[in-house]
Design a protein around this ligand. Structure first.
Ligand code: ADP
Ligand code: MG
Length: 610
C-alpha cells in the first residue's frame, strides 16, 4: 500500500508560513521591509488590537503592476533576485519571496497597489491562500496592504498570542529597528487610532530623539570611523547612563538591524572599567560593509549575519568606541536638533504653575519633619515613636531573614525588636557611611541605613497609596518625560496609583507626559529615570504574576528614593531614621526581603569575650 501523500498547497503554505510569520510583529517586519524595498519615502503603520485584528502598511513606493499584484502572493515570487549570483550582492531587505505568500496563508489580506505612471491601480483580496477577487481600483500611487485577523485559520497559533501589551511591544521594537536606520523616510505608527509615533525625515540623531525622546540627546556621544573593511557611524551611550538591563542597543549593517553578540561585545568591552559590572551602555551603530563580504542568509529571519572580516571589524569597533569615550568625556556634547521631530505641546516660558492642590512645606526634610499625612495603619498612632510600646523582650539577631519576593511580603509578621527607652538618649554612630550603630535594651544594634530607609519609605507610601493622602510637592518647573509606546500605555495604566502617591502627570500625546508634582524628595532631573524604572519593574512583576500594583510601585519607588549607602547622615538624621524604622510594622526586614539590622545582645557579647 502506498502511504505517501503530497500535502495540499494550503497545508504546505501554512506550515511554511509558520517559519516566517509567528506573531503580528513578524508580519509587521515583512510589510515594513517591503515598503522600504519599494523605495517609499513615507510609510504608515496602522494596527488594531496589537495586530490581532488589523495590520496595515501604506507606502508611497513604486507600486505593482496588475500581474505582479497577483503574483506577489506566490511562494518564491520576488523581484529582487533573478540569478543565484544575485544572492551575494543583496542590498534589499527581502529577497526570498516568501513573506507575502506566508502572510496570505494565515490571514485575510487586501492589497491595493498602483504604479505612479498608471491611472488605475489593482485590488486583490486573498484569504488563507485563496484568491477571492482581483479588480481594478482607484487608489493613491504606492501600496497598501491590510492583514486582517491574523491566524484566523490556525486557532492554536491565535490562542498562543500574548497579551496585547506584549504583542504591541514586539511590534514597537520592530518599528524602531526599521525606522532607526531609515531616518530619511517618514514613518507614522497608529495603534487603535492613537498616533504613537510621527517621525519626519531627518538625520540619525533626530530619528533617535523621535523614537526615544529628546532628552536622550544628553546621553549619547557620536562615533564615526571609515576604514576599508567597514565604515561605521552612530551614537554610543555616555557611561553614566549605563543601565542594569540591556536596553537601547542597536546595531545595523547596510541599513538592516542585526544581532551579533561578537560585535556587541566589542562595544561593551570598550566600557570595561568605566561602568560597573553587569551594567550596559546604549548604542546605535550603523556599519557599512561590502555585501559580498557578508553572509546574510544563515538565519531565516535574517537578524543574524556572518562577516568574513569579523575580527578586524571587532577591533575597529572597539577602538572607535574607546576613542569616542575618551574624546568626549570632557564636555563635547552631541548636538541634537529635535525640532523637526518632536512636537511637544509647549509649556510657555514664565508660566507659573497653579497653586498646589496639596499644601507643602518647602523646607521639608524627611529626617526632621513630621509628615502631617503620615499614617501607619494599625500601628503606633500616626507614626510617632512610642518607645515604651514597641520594644518587646525578644531579639531577632539569630534569625536569617531573607524573604522570597512574594505577595505576602509585608503581611509577614516580624518578631518585635527589643530595646530600652534609654536608646533615645544614645548618640548613634555612623560606620562607613553605611551602617548606623546604636544601643537598645536588648543589645547593640547595627542598622543598614539604605535598607532601613527603604522600609520606612515603603510603609509610608503603602499607607498613602491606600488612603490617598499623599503630600505632593509641586515642581517649580514641570518636567517633560517621554517613554516608548508600550511604556506609555503602562504609565496610563498605573496613573491612578501614582496619583495617590502624590504624582501629578498629564499626557501631552505622542508618548510624552508632563509631571507637575511628585512626592517629597523626588529630584526633578531623576524623574524620567525613576518613572522608567518603576514602569519596567511593574511590567516584570506583572509578568511574574506579582499582581499587587500598589506594592510593586511603592517597592520600586522606595528603592529608588532611599538614601544610598555612602551618604553621610547627620546625627539628627540618624536619630530620625532609627525612630522611623522602629515605628514601622516590619522594621527588621527591607521591602525586598533583606535584613535591615541585627542586634548583638549581652549574652552574645559575653560569649565573644570568653
Ligand atoms: P521578497 O520581499 O522577499 O521579494 P515578498 O513576499 O515580501 O518577497 O514580496 C514579494 C514581491 O512583491 C516583492 O519582491 C516585490 O516585488 C513585491 N512587493 C511586495 N510588497 C511590495 C510593496 N509594498 N511595494 C511594491 N512591491 C512590493
Ligand atoms: Mg519581503
Amino acid at each position: 500500500m502506498d502511504i505517501i501523500n503530497i500535502l495540499p498547497d494550503s497545508v504546505a503554505n501554512q506550515i511554511a508560513a509558520g517559519e516566517v510569520v509567528d506573531r503580528p510583529a513578524s508580519a509587521v517586519k515583512e510589510l515594513l521591509e517591503n515598503a522600504m524595498d519599494a523605495g517609499a519615502t513615507d510609510i504608515q503603520l496602522i494596527i488594531k488590537d496589537a495586530g490581532r485584528t488589523l495590520i496595515q502598511v501604506i507606502d508611497n513606493g513604486c507600486g505593482m503592476s496588475d500581474v505582479d499584484a497577483r503574483l506577489c502572493f506566490e511562494r518564491h515570487a520576488t523581484s529582487k533576485i533573478h540569478r543565484a549570483d544575485d544572492l551575494f550582492a543583496i542590498r534589499t531587505m527581502g529577497f526570498r519571496g516568501e513573506a507575502l505568500a506566508s502572510i496570505a496563508a494565515v490571514a485575510q489580506v487586501e492589497l491595493k497597489t498602483r504604479q505612479h505612471e498608471k491611472e488605475l491601480g489593482s485590488q486583490v483580496v486573498i484569504e488563507g491562500s485563496e484568491v477571492k477577487s482581483q479588480e481594478p481600483c482607484t487608489c493613491s500611487p504606492g501600496t497598501s496592504i491590510s492583514v486582517k485577523n491574523l491566524f484566523f485559520n490556525i486557532p492554536a497559533r491565535r490562542n498562543f498570542l500574548k497579551k496585547d501589551s506584549i504583542e504591541l511591544s514586539h511590534i514597537e521594537e520592530i518599528f524602531k529597528r526599521v525606522a532607526l536606520p531609515n531616518y530619511k523616510v517618514g514613518f507614522s505608527f497608529y495603534n487603535n487610532g492613537r498616533l504613537l509615533y510621527d517621525l519626519k525625515p531627518g538625520n540619525f540623531a533626530q530619528r533617535i530623539a523621535g523614537l526615544f525622546g529628546s532628552s536622550f540627546n544628553q546621553r549619547l556621544y557620536h562615533i564615526e570611523e571609515h576604514t576599508e573593511p567597514v565604515s561605521l557611524n552612530g551614537y554610543i551611550g555616555k557611561k553614566e547612563y549605563a543601565k542594569r538591563v540591556r536596553g537601547e542597543q542597536y546595531l545595523f549593517v547596510n541599513g538592516r538591524y542585526i544581532k551579533h553578540p561578537g560585535l556587541s561585545a566589542a562595544i561593551e568591552k570598550a566600557y570595561t572599567e568605566l561602568i560597573p559590572e553587569r551594567t550596559y551602555p546604549a548604542y546605535f551603530v550603523m556599519l557599512d560593509v561590502d555585501p559580498q563580504r557578508i553572509d546574510v542568509n544563515i538565519h531565516p529571519t535574517k537578524t543574524e549575519v556572518r562577516f568574513i572580516d569579523e575580527s578586524v571589524i571587532f577591533s575597529i569597533l572597539r577602538a572607535a568606541t574607546k576613542k569616542s569615550l575618551g574624546q568626549y568625556t570632557l564636555a563635547n556634547e552631541l548636538e541634537f536638533n529635535p525640532s523637526t521631530e518632536i512636537d511637544f505641546t509647549p509649556i510657555s516660558k514664565g508660566h507659573i504653575p497653579d497653586t498646589p492642590k496639596e499644601s507643602f512645606n518647602p523646607n521639608y526634610n524627611p529626617f526632621y519633619a513630621t509628615d502631617v499625612h503620615e499614617k501607619h495603619p494599625g500601628n503606633h498612632g500616626g507614626g510617632r515613636l512610642d518607645l515604651d510600646n514597641f520594644f518587646g523582650p525578644k531579639s531577632s539577631s539569630n534569625t536569617e531573614q531573607r524573604l522570597a519576593f512574594d505577595d505576602n511580603l509585608s503581611e509577614r509578621q516580624e518578631e518585635p525588636i527589643s530595646a530600652t527607652t534609654s536608646s533615645a538618649t544614645t548618640t548613634p554612630i555612623n560606620y562607613l557611611n553605611q551602617y548606623i550603630i546604636t544601643t537598645l535594651k536588648s543589645g547593640m544594634v547595627v542598622i543598614d541605613q539604605q535598607r532601613a530607609h527603604e522600609r520606612i519609605l515603603y510603609e509610608k507610601m503603602m499607607s498613602r497609596a491606600i488612603d490617598g493622602q499623599a503630600s505632593a510637592q509641586q515642581l517649580l518647573f514641570p518636567v517633560n518625560c517621554r517613554f516608548n509606546a508600550a511604556d506609555s500605555e503602562v504609565l496610563m495604566e498605573i496613573m491612578p496609583e501614582l496619583e495617590r502617591l502624590g504624582f501629578v502627570i498629564d499626557p501631552l500625546g505622542q508618548n510624552t507626559f508632563v509631571v507637575t508634582a511628585a512626592p517629597h524628595d523626588t529630584k526633578e532631573d531623576e524623574l524620567q529615570n525613576m518613572l522608567e524604572q518603576t514602569i519596567n519593574e511593574y511590567k516584570n512583576n506583572m509578568l511574574q504574576k506579582f499582581n499587587d500594583r500598589n506594592k510593586s510601585i511603592c517597592l520600586s519607588l522606595a528603592r529608588q528614593m532611599a538614601v544610598h549607602s555612602g551618604t553621610a547622615l547627620k546625627v539628627e538624621e540618624m536619630q530620625k531614621l532609627i525612630a522611623d524604622l522602629f515605628s514601622c510594622q516590619a522594621p527588621n526586614i527591607s521591602p525586598s526581603g533583606k535584613r535591615t539590622m541585627f542586634i548583638m545582645g549581652e549574652q552574645e557579647l559575653k560569649e565573644r569575650f570568653k
